[in-house]
Design a protein around this ligand. Structure first.
Ligand SMILES: [Zn+2]
Ligand SMILES: [Zn+2]
Length: 124
């Protein structure tokens, strides 16, 4: 294999790796209160960047404003636990185990809310 061929191979591998990323990252806990949010939880909320919080924090702490991007939240979809079709299930694509606990500073978020809160998510 020539150097150029080797580089092309390595680029192709990188592309394959990048292409494997777009599935939703199912994070294990609420970023604010660290409450467990297992893959089947109906309490998990996400923004478009997959910032993950529990429903209670979204309603009572964040006022539906993501502290990281300013977007709104929706219920996180549930990845099937059974292999119904094409290996698209938790057994092959398990939930993340990487805890991302970064509690929101209420003073900082209050300032952010003052700018963003009264604009509906679809107009932000
Ligand atoms: Zn929470
Ligand atoms: Zn966000």
């Amino acid at each position: 294999m020539t150097v150029v061929e080797r580089r092309l191979c390595s680029d192709a591998r990188t592309l394959v790796t990048l292409r494997k990323q777009p599935m939703l990252e199912i994070r294990p806990t609420c970023e604010h209160c660290n409450r467990p949010l297992p893959a089947a939880s109906l309490e998990a909320r996400i923004c478009t960047y997959e910032c993950t919080f529990c429903a209670s924090c979204v309603d009572n702490v964040l006022a539906n404003v993501c502290p990281n991007c300013g977007g709104g939240f929706v219920a996180r979809p549930i990845r099937p636990s059974r292999n119904w079709k094409g290996d698209n299930y938790l057994g092959k694509d398990p939930a993340s185990t990487k805890i991302n606990h970064r509690p929101v500073d209420p003073v900082v978020h209050a300032k952010f809310l003052a700018m963003v809160k009264n604009i509906p998510p679809d107009k932000r």
